[in-house]
Design a protein around this ligand. Structure first.
Ligand SMILES: [Zn+2]
Length: 154
C-alpha cells in the first residue's frame, strides 16, 4: 500500500503582504508546525499563537486533520491566521495599558479575543487565498521540514 497522503501548507506571500499593508503593519514571520504535542495539550487539531518577537506560529495536527477535506482545513487555517494577525495588529496599535488590562480579564471576556475573532470571521472569504493547502506524500520536502521543526522545538 502506498503511504497515505499528507497536507502541504504554505503561505501565499503576495496576498499575505497585501493584507498586512491593508492593516498598516509589517508582515510578521509565519510558521506552520505539524506538532502533535502542542495540539494535544490544547485538545485541538489546529491552533495559533501570536508573539511580538517571533511572529505567528500555527500548530496543526497533520495526523488528525482530515486530508480529504481540504476546503475545510484551508478555511480553518485562514481563520486562525487572520485571528493571530489581528493580535499582531493589536500589539502594534493598541496602548500597552489597554492590552495589560485586557489580559487580566477571563479569556472569553477579553476585548482582544473578541476583536480578533470578529476580524477573522468578517474577512474570511475575502482573504481565503492567503494560505495554500494541498495533498503531498510523506517523502516530500515538506515532511523533511516538519521533522526539522519538531527537532527545533525539543
Ligand atoms: Zn486570540
Amino acid at each position: 500500500m502506498p503511504p497515505s497522503p499528507r497536507l502541504k501548507v504554505s503561505l501565499v506571500e503576495d496576498r499575505f503582504n497585501d493584507l498586512c499593508a491593508r492593516l498598516g503593519i509589517d508582515p510578521p514571520p509565519v510558521r506552520f508546525i505539524p506538532g502533535a504535542r502542542q495540539t494535544q495539550k490544547h485538545g485541538l487539531t489546529l491552533w495559533g499563537r501570536a508573539d511580538v518577537l517571533t511572529g505567528i506560529t500555527i500548530y496543526l495536527n497533520i495526523e488528525t486533520l482530515e486530508v480529504d477535506r481540504l476546503r475545510y482545513v484551508s478555511r480553518e487555517l485562514v481563520e486562525t491566521l487572520l485571528h493571530e494577525l489581528r493580535h499582531m495588529y493589536q500589539y502594534e496599535t493598541w496602548a500597552p495599558e489597554r492590552i495589560d488590562a485586557d489580559r487580566k480579564r477571563p479569556y472569553q471576556e477579553q476585548e482582544m479575543e473578541r476583536d480578533a475573532e470578529a476580524f477573522a470571521k468578517s474577512h474570511l472569504s475575502e482573504w481565503r487565498g492567503i494560505v495554500r493547502v494541498s495533498r503531498t506524500q510523506p517523502s516530500s520536502p515538506f515532511s523533511k521540514l516538519a521533522c526539522h521543526d519538531r527537532r527545533q522545538m525539543v
